[in-house]
Design a protein around this ligand. Structure first.
Ligand SMILES: Nc1ncnc2c1ncn2[C@@H]1O[C@H](COP(=O)(O)OP(=O)(O)OP(=O)(O)O)[C@@H](O)[C@H]1O
Length: 252
């Protein structure tokens, strides 16, 4: 379980008026218990979604309050937390570092699988699982954007994290790849927390957290949470009622 207790993130920021740097609050205080298998985080640009996502695996540490994953504190147990919580960035190029897919996935296994041959075999298995078997030995530059995002996911998932946090994993993808990655994320056995601007994808989560101006302003099932977000953005309600569909009563 992920627990945030009055977690706040502050940073030093230059004063636009030319005065001394000031401390600005980027997020919080936020208190949450995340137990659902699929949680979506939505909000305007610059609202604090990435900051919240990064708190969950210790990429960002709280300036005040605490963040714990299965009882492990992100501030004092960072490496153990990062073994439990995998993180996928919007831009796969931010996390692909090796020349070929098989080497890249193998790199992510370096701590858990000491034997190089076993590591390569496990990397090939992971690539096959995510539909990249025939791309295992090509240059990563020969992969499409969608294939690169799949590779980034495969490399993280190969380490078998208990939780996967994805920061806008489909923003750079076309509709076909977006659907593919969304379907993959929905099928994973682990807890998945996804930051997204895709409200249809958010509507399929069990819980939606709406962030605005560094605060959680709604935290609910998709219907009410996304209605709140649309109202906040001054957007018209969903024409298809997409965010209500999942929760519609089922009549026998
Ligand atoms: N290290 C930092 N120092 C100062 N300000 C920061 C830092 N990191 C983020 N910010 C600011 O904090 C705010 C929230 O940023 P964050 O990246 O969490 O927003 P976001 O909701 O993920 O935005 P987007 O949808 O555009 O990715 C922004 O105004 C950003 O400029």
């Amino acid at each position: 379980m992920i627990e945030l207790d009055a977690a706040e993130v502050t940073a030093w920021s230059p004063d636009p008026a030319g005065g001394p740097d000031r401390v600005v609050r980027l997020l919080g205080p936020v208190s949450l218990r995340l137990t659902e298998r699929h949680v979506a985080v939505v909000g305007a640009n610059g609202s604090g979604k990435s900051t919240l996502a990064r708190l969950l695996n210790g990429l960002v540490l709280p300036s005040a309050g605490r963040v714990r994953v299965d009882g492990l504190d992100t501030a004092s147990d960072g490496p153990a937390v990062r073994r439990r919580v995998g993180f996928v960035f919007t831009d796969p190029d931010a996390q692909i570092v090796m020349p070929t897919p098989v080497e890249d996935v193998a790199l992510s296994l370096r701590r858990t699988v000491p034997d190089a041959r076993e590591r390569e075999a496990r990397a090939l298995e992971a690539l096959a699982r995510y539909g990249l078997a025939d791309r295992a030995h090509v240059s990563v530059h020969a992969l499409s954007g969608g294939q690169r995002q799949l590779l980034a996911l495969a490399a993280v998932l190969a380490t078998e994290p208990a939780v996967l946090v994805c920061d806008e994993p489909t923003t750079l993808l076309d509709l076909r790849w977006r659907t593919h990655v969304d379907t993959l994320l929905a099928s994973l056995p682990q807890q998945v927390v996804v930051v997204t601007h895709d409200l249809e994808a958010a509507a399929r989560a069990e819980r939606v957290i709406v962030v605005d101006d560094g605060r959680v302003v709604a935290d609910d099932e998709p219907g009410p949470a996304l209605a709140h977000y649309r109202a906040l953005m001054g957007a018209a309600p969903s024409p298809h009622g997409a965010e209500h569909a999942r929760r519609a009563p089922v009549t026998p």
